[in-house]
Design a protein around this ligand. Structure first.
Ligand SMILES: C[S@@+](CC[C@H](N)C(=O)[O-])C[C@H]1O[C@@H](n2cnc3c(N)ncnc32)[C@H](O)[C@@H]1O
Length: 258
């Protein structure tokens, strides 16, 4: 059996790493690193910094691999993601076979937490389901971008006793503000907050959280939406990429319980 550790590394600050993650990284034989170009260079720098800071095991082998790119032409979104996962799982299977001997362990460094909008767990399960190469895995939790966002804004995630929805920009308006009072929006390429026309909505926005370039803006949505849109466009242009997340809120603690 080969054993894979899927290690959450936090959302951008190398100090997000847990002791459990550091111990796992020092225990494995191999660290798999996505090759340059496959990930934005600043994100690759965070992974490199983490390995340099925390891995003290001189026997560790570092193995680069090319991440297949997602093909979108002539197929639906779902088919495109399914094909992509299938291709990555073939890449992983090849890596495990060629780079690991039976009994060895390896780690993938996963941004944030492996359970939140990340498919590494799913892809390892595809390898297992093929039943060609016996592989087992362990998941090590990491600090998510949601936690980085609420900590930077010094706010609780939920209102007292109330639910939270985690969603994407594409689906935001399905439930906020009508159904949930707190929505966290990730993977939003369209600034969907601009579609919310509600004088009582607040936004807590953050980009490059945990990094030296972190930007945060909070306020009444109607007052700050234009500023966020402009700031986001400027930052994206300057860096060549952006990762941002926001929490929308309408309502107060205890307001339905008094
Ligand atoms: C593919 S998901 C990965 C989420 C990750 N597994 C986590 O636990 O946060 C990428 C999305 O996470 C959010 N994100 C991740 N890191 C971030 C950061 N440092 N600052 C702002 N948003 C971030 C953005 O919404 C981005 O589009």
């Amino acid at each position: 059996m080969r054993h894979i550790y899927i290690v959450g590394i936090g959302a951008g600050n190398p100090e997000h790493l847990t002791v459990q993650a550091i111990n796992a990284l020092n225990k494995v034989d191999i660290i798999f690193i996505p090759s340059k170009g496959a990930v934005k260079s600043e994100l690759a720098d965070v992974r490199r910094d983490i390995c340099q800071r925390y891995i003290t095991n001189a026997q560790t082998r570092f193995v680069d691999y090319d991440v297949p790119t997602r093909q979108t032409a002539d197929r639906s979104y779902v088919k495109s993601v399914d094909d992509w996962h299938s291709e990555i799982s073939s890449t992983y299977e090849r890596l495990f076979e060629q780079e690991m001997v039976i009994g060895e362990s390896a780690a993938f460094l996963v941004w944030g937490d492996p359970g939140l909008y990340d498919s590494t767990i799913r892809i390892i399960n595809r390898v297992r389901d093929r039943r060609v190469l016996p592989v087992d895995y362990t998941v090590i939790p990491g600090i998510t971008s949601i936690q980085a966002l609420t900590a930077s804004h010094r706010i609780p995630l939920n209102l007292v006793g109330k639910p939270v929805q985690i969603t994407t920009g594409r689906r935001l308006t399905e439930n906020f503000p009508g159904i949930v009072e707190t929505a966290v929006v990730m993977l939003d390429g369209e600034q969907a907050f601009n579609k919310i026309d509600d004088p009582d909505a607040y936004i807590y926005w953050g980009a490059y959280l945990g990094t030296k370039d972190e930007i945060t803006i909070a306020g009444r949505l109607a007052d700050v939406a234009a500023c966020i849109t402009a700031m986001r466009a400027e930052a994206r242009e300057r860096h060549g990429w952006i990762m941002d997340i926001y929490l929308l809120r309408k309502g107060e603690d205890f307001d339905d319980q008094i």
